[in-house]
Design a protein. Structure first.
Ligand code: FCB
Length: 488
């Protein structure tokens, strides 16, 4: 009944539009110059808000055998039959290693204030440890110089999942604390060499992704399915690596260098904005992230976390926890989805609500749309831990982008997604939550890990045969956002 009625109403509206006077029609078609309504509220961000975009080494660089780079676990994994969609690898990817100048020019054209890239550990230390390879670091020197010449601030991630294969072979990768220690040395070395020009470093990208998907579920490199105790120990080595890297960066970088991480903490949000659900979501924010962000910001595992894992809990020392809790300058939050939480009369006081089957998502099935996470997560992070500087280090969406015969990509779904998330972010910033910048994922379509090239996240379309980049509608939207410093 509802369906029939609304269809009839739609037909009525459509014929009315066809009969409408020219001025109205122009308005509907977007061709009339419109003055904003008197009561229009512009969703403007604070002056100096840093609009950025992000990529990661293995996803864009290619050039896997050049200038002395050693293999990473993603080279080996992606070349193992059956592990990635269509057997796709990052061998060439966006060939950004060679095309970086052209890419930086595109960034400049977009008006980017900042760009977040990651360093490939095995370019710099082909064996993970030992003698560094100066040619590997040189690429990042060139990239940083090019960015600065374009007036774009470089934000550098030290680990975005491409662990040197040598460490996986020698010590079992993140199963060993030797990898955490090696990461500290590598992080200190990169910071020593880049911090004359790079002022913000992020240690690890999304610990929960590379630990849980790589070492528990086996769907990402190195493709292991460890039992719970093993996974918890890997998780501990990840947070330990973060802490050791913070210390090494402090010891080696130029004064004034800022250190943080880029973590995909679950963004807990109340199912309804009432005091009881909000209190429940705040509690959940701390507990569901206990193995990662909470450990880093508190230098301890919560009692509930240790109790929950019981005999499988990680083995650690007081010195480990001290390193893990090393003070950081900012929190980077990667956010795509929202974890909906309700109040519950259980001892824990909250319940995570599973998504109904009909919940809307973007092309990637995991990417359930929930813009409110971008309001609540930074707000809770500031409230619970008193964090003074927050960045949204990733946010974006996959879409079934298609080039029109005229060579355009009208990704209206991605634009809708971004507009809604930015509106929620604006709400946080307007309340004084200290979010200083936002990085859209991603600057261009790239190698989406086990999903290969089929899932496009870029605001620039990439033809992987010709390496041609085309700005999508979302790039035009983002350019407008940047130029007006507000939601467009
Ligand atoms: C994040 C990753 C990033 C990219 C996006 C879509 O989890 O950090 O590399 O794959 O998802």
């Amino acid at each position: 009944m509802f369906n029939r009625l609304s269809r009839r109403a739609f037909a009525r509206l459509a014929s009315a539009a066809a009969l409408a006077p020219p001025a109205l029609r122009a308005l509907a078609e977007g061709t009339a110059a419109q003055a904003p309504a008197a009561n229009h509220i512009a969703l403007t961000f604070p002056k100096g808000f840093l609009w950025g975009s992000a990529t990661a080494s293995y996803q864009v660089e290619g050039a896997v055998n050049e200038d002395g780079r050693g293999p990473s676990i993603w080279d080996v994994f992606s070349h193992t039959p059956g592990k990635t969609n269509d057997g796709d690898t990052g061998d060439v990817a966006n060939d950004h290693y060679h095309l970086y100048k052209q890419d930086v020019a595109l960034m400049k054209d977009l008006g980017l204030k900042t760009y977040r890239f990651s360093v490939s550990w095995s370019r710099v230390f082909p064996q993970g440890t030992g003698t560094p390879n100066p040619k590997g670091l040189d690429f990042y020197n060139r990239l940083v110089d090019e960015l600065l010449a374009a007036n774009i601030q470089p934000y550098c991630t030290l680990f975005h999942w491409d662990l040197p294969q040598a460490l996986e072979d020698k010590v079992g990768g993140w199963q060993s604390r030797e990898t955490s220690e090696a990461f500290g040395v590598y992080a200190g070395y990169v910071a020593k060499n880049l911090s004359d020009r790079v002022k913000h470093f992020m240690t690890l990208n999304e610990m929960s992704s590379f630990v849980d998907i790589g070492y528990r579920d086996g769907r990402h490199a190195p493709g292991l399915k460890l039992p719970p105790a093993g996974v918890n120990q890997v998780r501990h080595h990840a947070v330990l690596a973060h802490g050791l890297a913070v210390q090494a960066i402090r010891a080696n970088a130029k004064p004034g260098t800022k250190v943080g991480l880029a973590e995909n903490a679950e963004a807990c949000a109340p199912v309804i904005e009432t005091p009881d659900h909000i209190a429940a979501a705040r509690k959940a924010m701390r507990e569901v992230n206990a193995g990662y962000l909470t450990a880093v910001l508190e230098g301890k595992y919560t009692d509930a976390y240790l109790e929950h894992h019981g005999a499988n809990a990680p083995k650690f020392t007081a010195a480990d926890m001290k390193a893990i809790g090393s003070p950081i300058d900012f929190v980077g939050l990667n956010n795509y989805t929202t974890t909906w939480v309700r109040a519950a009369t259980t001892p824990q006081g909250y319940a995570v609500v599973p998504a109904p089957d009909s919940y809307p998502h973007m092309m990637s099935p995991w990417l359930r749309i929930g813009p409110q996470g971008l309001y609540w997560a930074p707000k809770f992070i500031a409230e619970i831990w008193g964090v003074k500087e927050i960045y949204i280090t990733e946010n974006g969406a996959s879409s079934t982008d298609k080039l029109t015969p005229e060579g355009q990509v009208y990704d209206t779904d991605r634009v809708m997604y971004l507009r809604n998330y930015l509106t929620q972010l604006h709400r946080a910033v307007a309340e004084g939550v200290p979010v200083k910048g936002y990085f859209v994922w991603s600057f261009m379509d790239n190698y989406e890990w086990a999903d290969g090239y089929a899932y496009r996240f870029g605001i620039h379309y990439v033809d992987f045969k010709t390496q041609k980049r085309t700005p999508k509608l979302s790039a035009h939207f983002y350019k407008e956002v940047i130029s007006r410093n507000g939601v467009a």
